[in-house]
Design a protein around this ligand. Structure first.
Ligand code: SAM
Length: 445
């Protein structure tokens, strides 16, 4: 076990708010394992599930299973998540958020908060999930697609790019990169990376990130700020700075479930007080005159993208009713009807890596469905399905092909009645269409 850095220890022991000795002891115990279920997919029952009190459909587990070996994990039926982070759910239900909100999750990879926000939104409004690091943005895209909702955009941008999109979001979540003191329990190796200089560096980077996106938040819109660290520089002091320098008011979340922060600013998941790792969350409401988006119709300049009207040929594969279907060259994708103009407006300013619902291609041979289509909750349930046992399902998720009887054509592969992906059946064998980059690489006996 790695010991705590001396300077960290003395800071914590001198901080009466943290009750240092008790916190340090708690950080040396095992961290809890928990999952949050996907309300849009098959219900999952795992060993020893007990409710997390501050989040819908969230459960502690008595043991940490090998998630990679569970096909339903790959199908997006649940997301393993730190329980402190799940407090975001409780906060969202406390706020006065419009019915069809436009939401930005600015530091979103790997997608824990974004999938939680997606469940909360229940396909209402629009969720833009952004991650600045390219490789992490791909993991974010995978988790968003597997969650199955159809009101998402995934972007790979620096926070300052959002400054160009004025007064657009009703809610911005900034789950900021931080010094990670709250990870000292789950991953003791991270203790060796802590330094006072890094805390200060993180604190100023966090201010910059919030300042960069502030212009894109509507007046009276909410900014939810969170970290997984305990020190005041990255938490309460930053929240105070945001309110004073950028113009916001702190919104108190009335609850006894998670302790209040210093000076009652924000709430903490402190492992010495509640069964979490380490988490801090605060809500700020932007002050200012009510701003409305330019009401004149936004002109779609992109002539390469056209409306696709012959949707009847798609109906065998997908419920297109909530979507406007577009064609780019031979590629078809669906965008939520109410938000198509906003989609195009964002596209002019951002590097979009996932845009609505991937539907397929129109080729000379006819319609070819996209390999990502089976993950959408809009997939047509009447498509031919082939149920696999666990061993076969894992083989499928590894990208293997094996002998299987069935009708020729596109079929959905299922396990426990949950769709895992497509195959193209050729009679007594099949082409495995599970996305290559998502395949299980672990050796399975
Ligand atoms: N919200 C995520 C979730 O719940 O799964 C976890 C986000 S993690 C705490 C912080 C994220 O910020 C990381 O994905 C990291 O790559 C990203 N990040 C790092 N430096 C950044 C910067 N300068 N601006 C914006 N994001 C940054």
């Amino acid at each position: 076990m790695h010991d705590f850095p001396e300077k960290f220890k003395s800071k914590v022991l001198n901080d009466s708010f943290l009750e240092g000795e008790i916190l340090l002891n708690a950080l040396n115990t095992n961290s809890p394992t928990a999952i949050r279920l996907n309300p849009f997919k098959q219900k999952v029952e795992l060993e020893g599930m007990s409710l997390v009190p501050w989040c819908n459909e969230a459960y502690y587990l008595t043991e940490r299973p090998i998630f990679t070996l569970d096909p339903l994990f790959h199908a997006g039926c649940y997301y393993p998540q730190e329980t402190g982070s799940m407090f975001l759910d409780f906060v969202l239900y406390k706020l006065d958020i419009p019915n069809e909100p436009i939401v930005l999750d600015l530091c979103a990879a790997p997608g824990g908060k974004s999938t939680l926000i997606s469940s909360f939104l229940n396909n209402k409004g629009l969720l833009v999930s952004n991650e600045v690091i390219q490789s992490r943005a791909q993991i974010l895209k995978e988790n968003i697609i597997k969650w199955g909702t159809y009101n998402n955009i995934v972007t790979n941008n620096d926070p300052k790019d959002f400054g160009k999109i004025k007064h657009t979001f009703d809610l911005i979540v900034v789950d900021a990169p931080c010094s990670g003191e709250g990870m000292f329990r789950k991953d003791p190796k991270t203790r060796t990376e802590w330094s006072e200089e890094n805390v200060q560096l993180c604190a100023s980077r966090q201010k910059r990130i919030v300042a960069d996106c502030w212009e894109s938040l509507k007046s009276n819109g909410y900014l939810i700020y969170s970290t997984c660290t305990f020190n005041p520089s990255e938490n309460e002091e930053n929240v105070q700075w945001i309110t004073e320098e950028l113009g916001g008011e702190i919104i108190n979340i009335d609850t006894d479930l998670l302790p209040k922060g210093r000076n009652a600013i924000g709430n903490y998941g402190l492992p010495s007080k509640v069964n979490t790792e380490g988490f801090y969350i605060a809500v700020i409401r932007k002050k200012g005159e009510q701003t409305t988006l330019n009401s004149k119709k936004i002109k779609i300049n992109d002539k390469t993208i056209t409306n696709f009207k012959e949707t009847t040929i798609l109906n065998a594969f997908i419920d297109t009713t909530p979507l406007e279907i577009f064609q780019f060259k031979e590629h078809l994708f669906g965008v939520k009807k109410e938000f198509q103009e906003l989609f195009f407006q964002l596209k002019e300013n951002l590097k979009i890596i996932h845009f609505g619902t991937e539907i397929g291609e129109i080729s000379r041979k006819g319609f070819i469905p996209h390999e990502l289509l089976p993950f959408s909750i809009l997939i047509n349930n009447q498509l031919t399905k082939i149920e696999l046992n666990k061993q076969q399902a894992l083989q499928y998720l590894k990208g293997e092909t094996f002998s299987l009887t069935g009708e020729k054509g596109y079929c959905l592969i299922t396990h426990n009645n949950q769709v895992l992906g497509f195959i193209k059946h050729l009679g007594n064998r099949f082409n495995n269409l599970y996305p290559k980059e998502w395949r299980i690489r672990m050796k399975i006996n």
